[in-house]
Ligand binder design. Structure first.
Ligand SMILES: [Zn+2]
Length: 291
């Protein structure tokens, strides 16, 4: 069972795969920062809140990924609460099909990625600082997605969403999901400088400091970018993915192939923007070439 852990006077988090922030507002009401990754964590969070007789007043989504919004529908139905999401992310939360379509840059493959995800597209409201309780702060953390945000509670606890991941994720997954590589590096460096008394990254161990982990992320992302740069010349997108697997043993399945492909495409676009590479059609394939 995933437990609700107190990390400051009024700040808690559900210790599930995608951590959920819970802030006690008083009068038996809480706000949630994100809303669980799958049915089991939704159920465990619901149990923890019910045991304390706490009701959800509103939900803030840090970004649109399914593992952060899966409980939106459940908690809205139970409490009639509002859900807020940052600009752009909001559109993807409202219209879930957009996210899948964006992943494939076409109509999504029919096979469900992961049957434990059962989110519903929920109409959200625009997340701005005014809707947050006094003493809260919000920071833009673009890169992993277009407009992800981090939230600081009035207890000085930062929820840094997916801006930085655990070292083990880089060791096992090798090329994790980051939509925009250069912004992701800048964001990790920005997170390294955040001041607060406690930090809760969604997919890493929370603690009193995040600096070391954030700098590790910035470095790991730079290494991924230079790896792709080193194998891209003269290859197509598919050829680059094939070579990346050959050298780094990525062990693709359809889900991982798609997600790694998104990170790689972001890197290739960055190389085109920096005018280090060009891309041209050769024998009916788009080939990347070092200038
Ligand atoms: Zn994410």
């Amino acid at each position: 069972m995933f437990k609700l852990i107190q990390c400051a006077e009024n700040t808690y988090y559900l210790d599930s795969f995608a951590k959920v922030g819970v802030y006690y507002l008083g009068n038996n009401e809480v706000m949630l920062i994100d809303s669980c990754d799958h049915r089991k964590s939704v159920k465990d969070l619901d149990t923890a809140l019910t045991e304390r007789n706490w009701k959800v007043k509103f939900i803030v989504n840090t970004h649109s990924h399914l593992d952060h919004i899966n409980g939106n529908g459940f908690f809205r139905e139970k409490y009639g609460c509002e859900i807020y999401a940052p600009e752009t992310e909001k559109t993807f939360v409202d219209v879930l099909a957009l996210e899948r379509t964006a992943y494939f840059t076409a109509v999504p493959m029919r096979t469900p990625f992961n049957p434990t995800f059962v989110p519903t597209g929920e109409r959200t409201k625009l997340l701005t600082k005014d809707i947050l309780p006094e003493g809260f702060d919000i920071i833009s953390l673009p890169g992993h997605t277009l407009n992800m945000v981090g939230i600081k509670t009035a207890d000085d606890v930062w929820f840094t969403a997916d801006s930085v991941l655990a070292e083990e994720t880089y060791q096992s997954y090798k090329i994790p999901f980051f939509l925009l590589i250069d912004q992701s590096i800048k964001t990790a460096e920005k997170v390294a400088e955040l001041k607060g008394r406690y930090f809760v990254p969604s997919h890493a161990v929370p603690g009193e400091s995040i600096k070391e982990l954030a700098l590790f992320n910035a470095d790991a992302l730079r290494k991924i970018k230079s790896f792709i740069t080193s194998i891209a010349d003269g290859r197509s997108f598919e050829g680059i993915l094939e070579e990346a697997d050959r050298q780094w043993r990525l062990d693709y399945n359809p889900d991982k192939y798609t997600k790694v492909g998104i990170t790689v495409k972001g890197i290739l676009q960055s190389l085109l923007d920096e005018k280090i590479f060009t891309a041209d059609i050769e024998n009916s394939r788009l080939i990347y070439k070092r200038i």
